[in-house]
Design a protein around this ligand. Structure first.
Ligand code: NAI
Ligand code: UGA
Length: 440
């Protein structure tokens, strides 16, 4: 099948490469000439394990191409995936300007039947807006070319994106006409072998399903984070509680890890957008408001623990921070807890040496030149002259350190672990004070 992907960012590039891997001819469009130049020269503008091989293999096979030419891109694919960004507007709602300008471009240049697929995360009712935007362009041209609009939200996770796309738990397709349903079924036929993974539904239900999924996962995390704080006060261990409840199949083990808050480009944005959608339609989504409040507070929990030990004024104190990305296996720092934690340490007068296996270039962009923040080349180097260590992202390489070396380096001998990555017995055996989330 011939496919165009409009927007070659994170989701667009992963989707385009994986759709090519499934045997389709794919043309990826982006308006950012720098991104397309990098891709055409064989580079990858994002950090995602395994993606470089899939891209290289399909470019070499002649199935995956990149362009900045809007007309060429629109005329190429029968299926047009819109995978542009939907960042939060000032009031928390999803900003649809990129989606609607992509829809207009399709309406402006299409010459035959198109299935226009919203893959971006968009509020309920966006498919109707996309339909109207395309119709307005066709009317302006005096054309009546047929088209369908489909909602096909994406559920991939950064750091595991290729696997998530190629081995999906489910594929949600919102569509309302037979021709679009036929083509989407044909496109996703390779995933149908073993399970009934393709869920066809109406457009609005598909759009709401995406927000419901992210909001449910964020709710689990905030719930566990609140219980972790309670466990600390009561002298219980949240890790044991997690096992205790996860073994109930109605609850399950996934996404029950307490920590220093959820970040990333999706949960914070999508929880906000769903709250706004609720408010706009007269529904105060009380649970989700609480999920967001709890998460904002959770991002400061590590600093609260630092203040308990070192006092409100941290002038003259120096901290090592392990982990800057919002989670491991990505260099993405959007809404990362590290940003809030480091900013709060600065506000209280402290300085920081940070280490992250891949996100340090991104951190330099985020924090700019700031004498209060320096970077280490290795995790242990970050501990030089540090009063204490804060662990913010659970990278694998942090999991088995030499605790005796940490004890020798840290002035206070305290580790504040925001991701519960150690068995508490190990740092304690080396004489360290180990303060994690929700554990005695
Ligand atoms: N990042 C993630 O893990 C996931 C993101 N999503 C959703 O997918 C959507 C895209 O997210 P990302 O890929 O992270 O965004 P991104 O910001 O990485 O990429 C968006 C790309 O679209 C391009 N673009 C904007 N307007 C364009 C236009 N009119 N024509 C062509 N290109 C255009 C931009 O230059 C940029 O390269 C969002 O709605 C997001 O919520 C869904 C699942 C996972
Ligand atoms: O809509 C999206 O864009 C995507 O958002 C999330 O994916 P992602 O943001 O890549 O990352 P997650 O693995 O979900 O982690 C999000 C945050 O939650 C935190 N988290 C996760 C799990 C957990 O148990 N505890 C916890 O604190 C992570 O540290 C991270 O900061 C969803 O998991 C994807 O299914 C979805 O497609």
């Amino acid at each position: 099948m011939k496919i165009t992907v409009v927007g070659t960012g994170y989701v667009g590039l992963v989707s385009g490469a994986c759709l090519a891997e499934m045997g389709n001819d794919v043309l990826c469009l982006d308006l950012d000439p720098e991104k397309i130049r990098i891709l055409k020269e064989g580079g990858i503008p994002i950090h995602e394990p395994g993606l470089d091989q899939v891209v290289a293999r399909n470019v070499a096979a002649g199935r995956l191409h990149f362009t900045t030419d809007v007309q060429e891109a629109v005329q190429f694919g029968t299926i047009q995936f819109i995978a542009v960004g939907t960042p939060p507007d000032e009031d928390g709602s999803a900003d649809l300007q990129y989606v609607l300008s992509a829809a207009k471009a399709i309406g402006r240049h299409m010459t035959d039947y198109k299935v226009i697929v919203d893959k971006s995360t968009v509020p309920v009712g966006t498919a109707d807006k996309v339909k109207a935007a395309v119709r307005a362009e066709l009317d302006a041209r005096g054309e009546n070319i047929p088209y369908s609009v489909v909602s096909n939200p994406e559920f991939l996770k950064e750091g595991a994106a290729v696997d998530d796309f190629m081995r999906p738990d489910r594929i949600v397709v919102g569509a309302e006409d037979d021709q679009a349903i036929f083509l989407m079924k044909a496109l996703y036929a390779p995933f149908q072998r073993n399970h009934e993974k393709l869920l066809i539904m109406d457009l609005r239900s598909a759009e709401l399903t995406k927000y419901a999924a992210n909001a449910m996962l964020a709710t689990r995390i905030s719930f566990m984070n609140e219980l972790a704080l309670l466990a600390e006060t009561l002298g219980a261990d949240i890790e044991l509680v997690r096992h205790g409840i996860g073994s109930d199949p109605r609850i399950g083990y996934h996404f029950l890890y307490a920590g220093c808050g959820y970040g990333g480009s999706c949960f914070p944005k999508d929880v906000k957008a769903l709250i706004k959608t609720g408010a706009d339609s007269g529904h105060n989504l009380r649970v989700l408001n609480a999920v967001e409040d709890a998460n904002d507070a959770q991002k400061l929990v590590l600093v609260d623990k630092v203040v308990e030990r070192f006092g409100e004024d941290l002038s003259g104190k120096h901290f090592a921070v392990w982990g800057l990305a919002f989670k491991p296996n990505t260099d993405d720092m959007r809404e990362a807890p590290s940003r809030v934690i480091i900013a709060e340490l600065f506000r209280r007068g402290a300085t920081v040496t940070a280490y992250d296996p891949v996100a340090m270039p991104e951190a330099r962009r985020v924090f700019g030149e700031d004498a209060r923040l320096v970077y280490a080349e290795r995790p242990m180097q970050a501990l030089d002259d540090a009063d204490a260590l804060l662990i913010v992202t659970e990278w694998k390489e942090f999991r088995s350190p030499d605790f005796d070396v940490i004890k020798a380096k840290l002035k206070s001998g305290i580790i504040f672990d925001g991701r519960n990555i150690f068995d508490p017995a190990l740092p304690k055996k080396a004489g360290l004070t180990y303060l994690s989330i929700g554990r005695p």
